[in-house]
Design a protein. Structure first.
Length: 364
């Protein structure tokens, strides 16, 4: 197999290649991006920087494929440079709040096997939701998709017929990666009638009915966006069911409902829910503030420190018809276009997609 070298230190791009099961090595470039007379057009600049990064790493190579990347954000006719301080980053988020930001992603591929050089740039438009100063102070600089409107549905908007055709090809490729099969399996599971939790084998997306004893004293407030993109908390409670410990996600509340009595009015004798196996938390999310009960992940070590208990790896997502907290209904009823957008985010960036099409075509 042809050796692939990524001329980038970006953990996001590394993760994208891992998700696509493409083996690679990393040799980050050290070019000076702030040179004189550089292009002011964001599309031209990101293509040039991607080219310079790839060429620097490939300079002493004679085999394999070297890939350079660059991404430029553009807002109000201005290129957004990387912030040099926390204050600058804070002001940046305030300035782009409730507005659109254009992202230009460039990729430059040098293939020593067939002597080909390819360059591509793609424009993405991100709709940023309104972000409060308090939220920025508390959360810090978090992953960009946490502040994008409808981030679970729309990440990239392509311009022009050429991009659309490539996007359709991409969707077909990703379909082959079994994502659609997984979604269909989930859909079948969610259409079944609820079963008794204690007489069933726990599995992902199993609809259950049960009852138990809820611990309100160790209630966890997990930062989350609701279905409209508004920030708040998911309310998560320890619950004992037949002497077994589970975590029960009761749903979303706005920030101002934290620690109020009205969110704890709940009949625990009849619990309808959906099981989801806990996944490993993102390494890019902030650290949990256990003392202030402000969580970003349900890290198992942190949960044990907070509750002094170990829990089932399956979390119960409440399905009861309640208004506060508002349960998150687990579903895969995604329209075709939304399903494609979800898959797009799974693969992280169009530049990776373009490369994937390229290496398939050349059968590396």
């Amino acid at each position: 197999m042809t050796k692939i070298i990524l001329a980038t230190s970006s953990p996001y791009r590394h993760e994208a290649f891992k998700q696509l099961n493409i083996p690679f090595s990393v040799e980050a470039s050290n070019i000076n991006e702030q040179f004189e007379n550089r292009p002011t057009n964001p599309e031209e600049l990101c293509l040039l920087l991607a080219k310079l990064k790839a060429e620097e790493v490939a300079r002493n190579k004679s085999e394999g494929i070297t890939i350079g990347f660059d991404t430029i954000a553009y807002h109000n006719n201005q290129i957004l440079e990387k912030p040099k301080s926390r204050e600058e980053a804070f002001n940046r988020l305030i300035n782009i709040s409730d507005d659109q930001v254009q992202y230009f992603t460039g990729i430059h591929i040098i293939n020593f096997e067939n002597k080909q050089i390819l360059s591509k740039v793609n424009k993405s438009i991100l709709n940023i939701r309104k972000i409060s100063e308090n939220e920025i102070e508390k959360i810090g600089i978090i992953r960009s998709f946490d502040i994008i409107k409808n981030s679970h549905k729309v990440l990239f908007i392509f311009d022009g017929p050429e991009s659309f055709l490539e996007y359709k090809k991409l969707s077909q490729i990703v379909d082959e990666s079994r994502i659609i099969k997984v979604l269909n399996k989930i859909d079948v599971s969610l259409k079944k009638e609820p079963v008794d939790l204690m007489s069933s084998v726990p599995e992902d997306y199993l609809k259950i009915k049960t009852s138990g004893v809820i611990d309100f004293d160790k209630q966890i407030y997990l930062y989350s966006l609701n279905e409209k993109g508004a920030p708040g908390f998911n309310v998560v409670n320890p619950i004992i069911i037949n002497n077994k410990n589970f975590l029960l996600n009761r749903g979303w509340i706005p920030f101002d409902k934290k620690n109020t009595k009205e969110i704890d009015i709940f009949d625990h004798r009849i619990i309808l829910g959906t099981l989801k196996k806990q996944t490993k938390g993102s390494k890019f999310k902030p650290v949990n503030d256990i003392k202030d009960n402000y969580w970003f992940t349900l890290d198992r070590n942190d949960v044990f420190k907070y509750t002094n208990k170990n829990f089932s790896p399956f979390i119960i997502y409440l399905n009861n018809n309640l208004e506060l907290p508002k349960p998150k209904i687990i579903t895969v009823n995604i329209s075709n276009s939304h399903k494609k957008y979800a898959i797009t985010w799974f693969s992280l960036a169009f530049s990776i997609f373009f490369f994937y099409l390229y290496v398939r075509k050349n059968k590396y």
